[in-house]
Design a protein around this ligand. Structure first.
Ligand code: FOL
Length: 228
């Protein structure tokens, strides 16, 4: 059996790792932050080539499949109808109640939507979908919410977190299940380390804005964490 694809969690969270409130994001109007999310999850990057001579044609001719975004049912419902399924990405919704054909009111977009009944089934279905397509498999992003992040973190293929650290205080009722803080502070998560800007740029495929960003008075910073 082929190996399951590597997983990257992408999340925006407060210092207390708050990610949501009343079924939606705690903040509004972080448009450039949301644009970063869309850009990063859509971007197709060639996987590191295992051998310099595989394929026989120039590297630019190799078909690169769309990336996949794996989300829970509540996160699916939190995305504005006009934006779902998220365009240009294979959308995977984990739900025990949703029918496997998604209501056609939302399917004017041509994006693929897959429904799975567990994280395990979601990853198997992504793997199957990638094998049915021509070309190199796309990246797999886990986009929340808390229950789905928790399930993903139990999978050994989950190696990386793209964290947008929101510095302004927002009241939250939903939290990311991993406390990522620098230094050996109390309660800090072991087994994860923050990567440098160069490594982040290389993985993300762009020069990620450095330092504290400000949008509508809200401060945040783009970070990348990897499992040790
Ligand atoms: N990660 C980060 N960094 N920021 C987030 O806001 C975020 N949000 C979620 C998961 N990971 C995140 C889950 N919530 C859309 C809405 C909510 C959402 C995720 C995505 C959404 O509508 N996305 C559109 C962009 C629309 C726009 O341009 O405003 C998309 O195409 O991705």
């Amino acid at each position: 059996a082929a190996a399951l694809p590597e997983l990257t969690l992408i999340v925006a969270a407060t210092q207390q790792m708050g990610i949501g409130r009343n079924g939606t994001l705690p903040w509004t109007g972080l448009r450039r932050e949301m644009a970063y999310f869309a850009r990063v999850t859509k971007r197709l990057l060639p996987p590191p080539s295992p051998s310099p001579s595989s394929g026989g044609t120039s590297s630019g001719s190799v078909v690169q499949q769309q990336n996949a975004v794996v989300m829970g049912r509540k996160t699916w419902e939190s995305i504005p109808q006009r934006f779902r399924p998220l365009a240009g990405r294979v959308n995977v919704v984990v739900s025990r109640s949703m029918l496997s054909s998604v209501p056609s009111s939302s399917s004017s977009s041509s994006s693929v939507v897959i429904v799975a009944r567990s994280m395990e089934e979601a990853l198997l279905k992504v793997q199957q979908q990638q094998q049915q397509q021509e070309g190199a498999g796309g990246r797999v992003f886990v986009i929340g919410g808390a229950q789905i992040y928790r399930a993903a973190l139990e999978v050994k293929e989950a190696r990386r977190v793209l964290l947008t650290r929101v510095r302004s205080g927002f009241e939250c009722d939903t939290f990311f299940p991993l406390k990522l803080v620098e230094g050996a502070e109390d309660g800090a998560e072991e087994g994860w380390r923050r990567m440098g800007q160069e490594e982040m740029d290389a993985w993300v495929g762009e020069e990620v804005p450095r330092g504290v960003q400000v949008e509508n008075g809200t401060e945040y910073e783009f970070e990348m964490w990897e499992k040790v």
